[in-house]
Design a binder for this molecule. Structure first.
Ligand code: SAM
Length: 211
């Protein structure tokens, strides 16, 4: 266990068997260990439950931990998680983890670049109550625009990594991911269609609600 504030707060809670299982699967497959923190996952569960969301869209599935946390906030036996993932092998693992957790019949995985999957969802007239954006950072501005277009009234949008480990704040950093996240962060703050908030917790968490 680490020694930072996240590790301290996590130590107060029961361990999460899904977290343990997914961390082991990530290690076995030599995948990047970049699932949301457990405390962040608890917050996602609470946000989905508190907003009464039934249709949840996640962009970036990895091994399924955030998907499980989002699904835990759905009403018992109801609702649906739609998850977009670029890599087929990650999507397969995330689906297996969601099944293992009892969410198999209430989750769907769409494999491919999120920009294509979002365009397809728009063509199909799909609408969502809650969005979690956690994929390639260059795509954040586009994913936010799609989230706004695919949103039911009063839908909530959450996004991870808005600080990029401090790079967002560092004026010397001008790479495409940093510029895209700065653009995204300004839109959360200023877009007239949104009520936005930025939390400097974890690696930065953005929250917005459709007006
Ligand atoms: N949300 C996951 C969790 O907390 O359990 C972690 C997601 S990880 C930070 C980012 C994921 O986005 C990776 O699985 C990666 O393959 C996926 N990704 C990257 N670029 C993508 C794209 N263009 N379209 C869809 N998924 C993408």
């Amino acid at each position: 266990m680490g020694t930072g504030p996240e590790a301290y707060f996590d130590s107060l809670f029961e361990t999460d068997p899904a977290w343990e299982r997914i961390s082991a699967a990530i290690r076995e497959r030599d995948m990047p260990d970049i699932s949301v923190e457990r405390g962040y996952g608890r917050l996602l569960t609470m946000l989905v439950a508190a907003t009464g969301a039934r249709a949840v869209l996640e962009i970036g599935a990895l091994a399924g931990y955030s998907g499980i946390c989002l699904s835990r906030g759905l009403p018992p036996g109801e609702g649906m998680l739609t998850s977009l993932e670029l890599k087929a092998e990650y999507a397969e693992l995330a689906s297996a983890q969601l099944r293992e957790e009892g969410f198999g019949d209430r989750s769907e995985m769409i494999v491919g670049p999120a920009a294509d999957s979002l365009a397809r969802l728009e063509r199909e007239g799909r609408r969502f109550d809650f969005f979690f954006i956690d994929a390639d950072k260059e795509g954040y501005p586009l994913y936010l625009e799609y989230a706004i277009r695919l949103a039911n009234p009063r839908a909530v949008i959450a996004a991870d990594n808005t600080l990029l480990r401090g790079r967002t704040l560092n004026a010397e950093k001008m790479g495409p991911a940093v510029q895209a996240v700065r653009d995204f962060n300004r839109t959360i703050a200023r877009d007239p269609r949104l009520t936005g908030a930025h939390l400097p917790a974890y690696d930065g968490l953005a929250l917005a609600m459709i007006k």
